[in-house]
Design a protein. Structure first.
Length: 578
């Protein structure tokens, strides 16, 4: 088999950077375990696997070298690792997985190190004590069933993609890497920008047995040092506020980022050195308006589902990720709703750099069970904590279209769970807006958002007028806007899905099961697509009480052919000049 260069060689965690690290992407050994006998046969001790897989691509994808989309609920990975000689004086070695769908258990040299559950969030394990003479056999057992109680988003539990459901992703689908850390070291970082006065609140957690006595935080712009402040840790935590004189705020029009240096000292010794960044911005709501840095802004967003040709969930390169974000801008949008996927951290980084406002959304479970509720409550906080340093994110969406809550209209238990998810989100991150249930059936939301796929601009206008006049939209909208104790309190209104217009002669506007499809009648030409997109969007923007929109969608995804770009990212309508 022809060997390639290491895929995805860039540093995978752009808001928490250490200079010394080792990328473990590349060819690994691999095996399916369809009889689920690997534990019995002790494959973690004797991993004689027959296949090769190109990490970080999931085995279902073409780029993995396996391209097997049939059901394999249990599977194993193996590779040898060697600790670089220059790390021999480091205190600890950490092993990081960017994402592993859905459950993973890790062994080093036959010793179990740990496990993780959740297909969209990273996990880190200290492997120092398991390494022998600087080397180790790394073995991972993966499990990813078709159960509807695990958060799976648009990954279909049936054999073939159909309707709004697409190809599955199992196992490793983001970068795997190692890094050396001292004792003590900075384990996590929380950055909260604030206005009036402009400052950055920095909170770090510290791990290790050492006694760090000083954390020094430096803020820099393109000319150099802007502000510096230090504090003494208290236990395993350190917090400080550092003011930024004459601060330059972050916005889509001016996505200016400050660099942040964090240095942890023990006496005269520098123990740890981490680099990050932030944008000085504040998001809140006032009446029907969304405010960015105290000024009203209209969210001009596009739905982005994050599927990639050949890689399914995994983009081929950082250039591909950056190009997707640039195309959002060139299509005239200032925002994106990342739909039913927690994206690679590099995507949020490029949104920070290029200036795209983002709604972050939790992938859904598809049934209401104790297991499903527990899985969401476990993973959603991990999602928020992974991404909360990105200034581009202005809203969190824990539930979409009542998926996983099929009886939400009448079932008080399901209503209570929805309210719990909204409250949990605010408790973890009170600095952003919360959309409790995108689409309809709101209980406790900062934004009244609706999904409306009418192709008639007049009907869109009438729906919005009724919603603003009565707080409901019963004449034009079948699901109730409010359930339980929810009611219109004058929140901002966003049509967060609409359009979905196809541009292909063979799409079926009604029977989605028949293959390629779009919402409603397909456009007859690129000019017709642009005209209909414009007229529907104008019907939304003509209403001054509407705070924004999210058009469906950025790209085609497999059989769903309603993107403004084809699946291979070719524009269907003219782009704006970059």
């Amino acid at each position: 088999m022809k060997r390639k260069k290491i895929p995805r060689p860039e540093y995978p965690r752009p808001d928490f950077v250490r200079n010394d690290w080792l990328n473990l992407n590349g060819w690994w050994n691999f095996e399916f375990d369809d009889e689920n006998r690997g534990l019995e046969l002790e494959w973690f001790q004797n991993p004689r696997f027959s296949k090769k897989i190109l990490v970080p691509f999931p085995f279902q994808s073409e780029k993995s070298g396996i391209a097997d989309q049939s059901f394999h609920d249990v599977f194993w990975y193996h590779r040898e690792i060697a600790i670089p000689e220059q790390w021999k004086d480091s205190s600890r070695v950490l092993l990081h997985f960017g994402a592993f769908d859905y459950q993973g258990t890790l062994w080093i040299n036959g010793n179990k190190i740990g496990d993780h559950r959740g297909g969209y969030t990273p996990f880190t394990l200290d492997i120092t004590d398991a390494i022998t003479h600087g080397k180790g056999d790394l073995v991972i057992r993966g499990k990813d069933t078709q159960g509807k109680s695990q958060p799976r988003g648009k990954q279909y539990w049936e054999p073939d993609s159909a309707d709004i459901f697409y190809s599955r992703t199992s196992g490793i689908w983001q970068t795997v890497w190692m890094e050396p850390v001292p004792d003590p070291y900075i384990a996590s970082l929380r950055i909260v920008p604030r206005l009036h006065p402009a400052l950055v609140s920095v909170s770090v957690k510290i791990k290790g047995r050492g006694n760090a006595d000083r954390l020094v935080v430096t803020i820099l712009d393109e000319k150099g040092e802007v502000a510096v402040k230090e504090t003494a840790p208290s236990g395993n935590k350190a917090t400080l506020d550092i003011e930024i004189p004459s601060a330059r705020t972050w916005s889509p029009e001016d996505p200016f980022l400050y660099q942040i240096s964090l240095k942890l000292h023990e006496g005269e010794n520098l123990k740890d050195d981490v680099q990050s960044y932030t944008g000085i911005r504040e998001v809140r709501r006032r009446g029907r308006q969304i405010l960015l840095n105290g000024s009203p802004i209209r969210f001009r967003g596009v739905l982005d589902q994050g599927f990639f040709p050949g890689g399914i969930y995994t983009p081929e390169s950082d250039d591909v990720i950056r190009r997707d974000v640039e195309l959002i801008r060139q299509l005239g949008f200032n925002g994106a709703r990342k739909h039913q996927k927690v994206e690679d951290p590099r995507w949020y980084y490029w949104c920070d750099r290029i200036g795209i406002l983002v709604w972050g959304e939790m992938p859904s479970s598809w049934e209401f069970t104790k297991e499903a509720c527990g899985a969401l409550v476990l993973e959603w906080p991990e999602v928020i904590r992974r991404d909360w340093n990105h200034p581009c994110i202005i809203a969190w969406v824990p539930i979409n279209e009542s998926w996983g809550l099929p009886e939400l209209v009448e079932n008080t238990e399901q209503q209570a769970f929805l309210e719990q998810m909204a409250c949990l989100t605010r408790e973890i991150d009170p600095t952003r807006l919360v959309v409790d249930n995108s689409g309809w059936c709101h209980i406790d939301t900062d934004i009244i958002d609706l999904h409306c796929y009418t192709g008639d601009p007049g009907e869109m206008k009438a729906l919005l007028e009724e919603l603003i006049r009565t707080g409901r939209a019963d004449k034009h909208f079948e699901p109730p806007v409010w359930v339980g104790c929810g009611k219109d309190r004058g929140q901002p209104i966003v049509i967060s899905e609409y359009g979905g217009i196809a541009l292909e002669p063979d799409v079926d506007p009604v029977e989605k099961e028949g293959g390629a499809w779009g919402y409603g009648r397909a456009a007859s030409s690129p000019e017709d697509l642009a005209r209909r997109f414009t007229s529907l969007t104008r019907a939304i923007l003509d209403n001054p009480d509407v705070a924004g929109y999210v058009y469906t969608q950025l790209t085609d995804v497999e059989q769903e052919k309603n993107g403004l770009l084809s699946f291979d990212r070719q524009p269907k309508i003219p782009l704006l000049e970059p």
